[in-house]
Design a protein. Sequence first.
Length: 493
Amino acid sequence: MMYGKEKSDLLIVPEKQTNKAGVLAAESVEGSGGNKRNAEEQNTARTQSRVAVSQAQARIREAVTRKRGEKLTALLHHVTIDSLRWSFFQLRKNAATGIDGVTWKDYEVGLEDKLADLNRRVHTGAYRAQPSRRKYIPKADGKQRPLSIAALEDKIVQRAVVAILTPIYEAEFLGFSYGFRPGRSQHNALDALAYGIKVKKICWILDADISRFFDTISHEWLIRFIEHRIGDKRIIRLIIKWLKAGVLEDGLRIEAEEGTPQGSVISPLLANIYLHYAYDLWAKQWREKYSQGDMIIVRFADDTVAGFQHREDGERFLADLKVRLEKFALKLHPEKTRLIEFGKFAAERRRKRGEGKPEAFDFLGFTHICGEKFGGKGFQLWRKTKREKLKAKIKVVKEELRRHTHASIEEQGEWLNSVLRGHIAYFAVPTNSAALSAFRHHIIVRWIRCLRRRSQRHRMTWKRMQEYIDRYLPRPKILHPWPEQRFRVKYSS
């Protein structure tokens, strides 16, 4: 957000909890068995790796502070066996495999020898990035989103490099950038937007959508941006290898001339670097030089929303933004980019002009609506689950139940419980109670239909069904505070 103080967050390396190894009956008699010793050795190695990475990041932060504005030329030596081991244990054990077909469990066998060999290849230049495996997942609008699944060793090296680069760029990134940064989340971005609309004189909202952002990133510009801060040519060569590796789709390798693969470990950081130079710095300067009134900006990855006090500011910013992005091979989506009247005074002003209710806009899965406080006493920003998101999730539940029609009620109930809890954890914000209840209702309806289709003469009465509902499907409740409460706590002076 471009008001108040902008604070850079320190990188916090999360401690992943290890699984508790079960003790075999024989081991309880014989003392410390091999499995227990292996688990203890692995835990010790993980702890040492985590400490080593934290120390390396601290040294990098110190160098950034000491050499502010200078290029950092010695970075690859921070990629060590310890950092590669830490990176390996950060990966999801059940993640999809790349074209190498190697799973997390496969690589764990003989891990130390494999990491030593990988470290040698990285430092001698013998490491080669493999093409990513292309996979498509459905989007809420019915289209397909391409994902690129990297080979396991590529994931390991990428995560280690991200750990090195993160403290460097955390000192550079601006306060209104929230996407994929340590200590920041979607809800921090949502809070900042809601707080800005409330405390500033925001009357117009620019909902800007960059068309095919990840697919159209210019490799040339990206490398030039990175070279502003990174002078270690070996790190640059690694990034170029990942950019040029391409994807494998239907057995054919597709060379990558532009774009960064969505789904790769390093892609979010590269996207933030690109937009930092192509958008953030420019937008901050535009606000300081040209804005005639209040202005706010919130960006999460390639999703950005800007608010203005005056319509003229919004129109000029939009026109200038189009020109700015075109310089860096980016374009705004003509149908999804809109400047709309919005804010505390929008409803009243439109009423006086004989116009309808203010338009709503979507951001990070929520539809933002100009509403009133309960009892009609003043303006209240209402946030509802985006309708397309809700429909898409209900469709997923319906299809999954159909595929597992004859699974036990316990299995179905536990899975639906996890789905509902995950949904509530994200969408349980004030003003969204009705949408949460609606989602739970849709789950109940589809579950009872599934159970009744098991046989032509079902015995699933509503009374019996209610027992399963009470057991497995928690009633939704608001989990998140009002935006201004959390925003003031996190960003108070």
